[in-house]
Design a protein around this ligand. Structure first.
Ligand code: ZN
Length: 290
């Protein structure tokens, strides 16, 4: 009798484990269902940007130059526009309208569970020539997680993006910019690159159009990566941010800047590093020959 009970309990545990591994979305929707009182954590597991972000940035670029990018050194006046926390059906479509009007391509770091809710917007981002980056599945604070948890979360979002777009998304931006060295190493070992930012529009503070323009335009120089948001937490208003976009783009285009995406940045850095390596080898060869 006891053996039988034990067997049933074991089978129950095994089935639950399989559900968690094979169909994690099923567990999410179960936890979010009304009859369970929506016990699942909300989309912003660790709070909105404003609640959780620490202003001081950790410089991981020098520790992991092959994995982490904060700025790059293009030969011409190139910059990048990036949008975090989308997609949603309020701000993201308006941003896409502006970008399309000015023929600018950007990178959208999307949250996995938001992408599942707005699949058509994700397809529109892709269709209009923009790039998608991984901003985790739960908007999780990676500096508080073990490497295996980080990879599980990123992998889950990666599956969502490939399911919707057919593309393998290998560029990551950590929510809140929160990272520590073990996290970076684990992410890099998995084949991802991490794209941070140089210029923060601070639009997540719900600033006015003028304030957002002021936070961005004077700080732009060649190779900067600009951070905006394409969706916010429940109390975050991005109207000023969206309204500022046309002026930011017009001003920077008139100054001769062109806009580039994450994969273009990474490719340019890869070529530059290769050239540096070759030049070093050639110098060594010459030293040996003389
Ligand atoms: Zn974020």
């Amino acid at each position: 009798m006891r053996n039988k009970a034990l067997l049933y309990v074991t089978i129950g545990i095994l089935i639950s484990l399989m559900v968690v591994i094979v169909r994690p979305q099923a567990v999410d929707s179960l936890l979010q269902s009304k009859w369970l009182g929506e016990v699942a954590l909300p989309r912003y597991t660790d709070g909105s940007e404003r609640q959780s972000r620490t202003p001081e940035a950790i410089d991981l670029v020098s520790l992991f130059p092959d994995i982490v990018v904060r700025q790059w050194r293009p030969e011409t006046k190139k910059i990048a526009l990036t949008f975090d926390d989308g997609p949603d059906d309020v701000y993201t479509p308006r941003i896409l309208d502006v970008l399309s009007k000015y023929n600018v391509r950007a990178t959208f770091f999307l949250i996995g569970n938001a992408a599942e809710k707005h699949r058509e917007i994700v397809r529109r981002i892709q269709r209009e020539g923009h790039e998608i980056g991984n901003h985790t599945y739960f908007h999780s604070n990676l500096s508080r997680m073990a490497p295996w948890q980080i990879l599980l979360d990123l992998g889950k979002a990666r599956r969502v993006f490939s399911d919707i777009t057919g593309e393998d998304v290998l560029v990551v931006r950590p929510p809140y910019g929160a990272l520590d060295p073990p996290a970076v190493k684990a992410i890099g070992d998995e084949g991802y690159n991490i794209l941070l930012w140089t210029v923060d529009s601070l639009d997540w503070w719900g600033l006015s159009k003028e304030e957002v323009v002021q936070n961005v335009v004077p700080r732009v120089e060649s190779g900067v990566i600009i951070l905006h948001h394409s969706s916010g937490g429940p109390d975050e208003d991005l109207t000023g941010s969206v309204d500022a976009l046309p002026e930011i783009i017009e001003t920077l285009q008139s100054e001769g800047y062109s806009f580039h995406t994450a994969s273009e940045i990474l490719e340019e850095i890869r070529i530059q590093n290769e050239m540096k390596k070759k030049a070093k080898e050639a110098a060594k060869e010459r030293a040996r020959g003389s």
